[in-house]
Design a protein around this ligand. Structure first.
Ligand SMILES: [Zn+2]
Length: 382
């Protein structure tokens, strides 16, 4: 099977794409996109749809785990799609195994069984902060800057604006935020990380615990809330987003970076996809993120494509014609392996930034009695 596939690939492409990294081939090889989309549709058609009871009866349930229905639409039936395996990030070389299912009604992807919210801290026990420093730190800060640039000018100037970084880790983003003049606050579940953040920061402050438990944060009035690679880690996203909405000031925005559940790389790699990691509990696409935002009271959302870290940083060795092809493929298909989104709390936020960004509205402003859905109407430059 494998030699046959290799032979076919040789006939189709020769050695032209041999030096293109795997993560970029999916976007630059002609025909690959259509093939992966077809493969995905086939995978979904083939996967059985089972009741939650039936699904749960066949799997062992760990002490910190629980079975879930779809958090986005309430559907209890499951389509088991993936069984990712990998080496634990704790560095002890242990392997772990879990299941990712698809909601047959709305397409949401999530880990099932999931992690009980009160046991979430178990995933971030000591040692996690070590993973957040070193060369990882430099790459992270570059990624933050590129993402802020993608939504410029919203995060350009922080003077006189309150910012909350939810899941702030060791404070790498808060450091950039205070340099831009923001009045920065952070919360995190790892006490080690919070201590390291406060050692790093000058004016901004990090706190251990939930936002409601910290008076300075519970007071709200935030102009910006950021979720850097945090969304996929949340076991109760609806509750958390309702809290974010309350904490935002009029005109406030919520910035999100997360793995993209409609990524072509997910479709190509399946269970071996890089987004399936031990701590990732739920996987959002542009569509399922809209559902989450709509249900928690946000008015609009804008997306920015992600071309991959090396392309964005200008360090890729891809030749210019292929780079152009990659950009076009990302824009025309999945939006990239990571999803970057900026959510707008209210009309005031949309009015403030809407002339610079393409905003998808999340509800019908006229609130017509027949409930006509104007959800995906683009608000273009005025
Ligand atoms: Zn659903």
């Amino acid at each position: 099977m494998v030699p046959a596939r290799r032979l076919l690939r040789g006939l189709l492409y020769g050695s032209r794409y041999d030096r293109v990294p795997w993560g970029q081939r999916v976007y630059v090889r002609p025909g690959e996109r259509l093939l992966r989309e077809a493969q995905w549709r086939w995978r979904i058609r083939r996967a059985p749809v089972t009741s939650l009871a039936e699904y749960g009866s066949e799997l062992p349930l760990g002490e910190i785990e629980e079975f879930l229905s779809c958090m986005m639409c309430g559907e209890s039936r499951q389509q088991p799609l993936f069984e990712p395996t990998g080496a634990g990030k704790g560095g002890n070389g242990s392997t772990w195994r879990y299941h990712v299912v698809r909601c047959p009604s709305c397409g949401f992807l999530y880990r099932n069984p999931n992690i009980r919210p009160e046991r979430l801290g178990d995933l971030y026990s000591s040692g996690y902060s070590g993973f957040l420093t070193g060369t990882y730190a430099a790459n992270r800060q570059r990624r933050y800057n590129l993402t802020m640039q993608a939504f410029s000018p919203v995060l350009d100037d922080g003077e006189g604006r309150r910012l909350l970084d939810f899941g702030c880790g060791v404070g790498l983003f808060l450091e950039l935020a205070e340099q831009r003049g923001f009045d920065g606050y952070g919360v995190d579940l790892s006490p080690d990380s919070v201590a390291q953040a406060n050692a790093r920061l000058k004016r901004a402050r990090a706190y251990f615990g939930a936002p409601q438990e910290v008076p300075e944060i519970a007071a709200g009035g935030f102009d910006v809330i950021t979720l850097w690679s945090v969304l996929a880690h949340l076991p109760r996203p609806l509750e958390d987003f309702a809290t974010f909405r309350e904490l935002l000031a009029p005109g406030g925005v919520l910035l999100i970076l997360t793995v993209n559940a409609q990524s072509l790389l997910l479709k190509a790699y399946g269970s071996a996809w890089s987004g399936f990691t031990k701590n990732h509990l739920m996987f959002y696409s542009a569509d399922t993120l809209k559902t989450l935002l709509r249900r928690t009271g946000f008015e609009g959302v804008a997306y920015a494509p992600h071309y991959g870290d090396t392309v964005e940083a200008g360090t890729t060795r891809l030749f210019e014609p292929l780079r152009r092809r990659l950009r076009q493929a990302v824009e025309a298909s999945d939006g990239g392996n990571m999803m970057r989104a900026l959510a707008f709390a209210d009309e005031e936020a949309i009015a403030r930034w809407g002339d610079r960004l393409t905003i998808h509205r999340l509800r019908d402003r006229a609130a017509e009695p027949d409930g006509r859905d104007l959800t995906d109407t683009n608000l273009t430059a005025t």
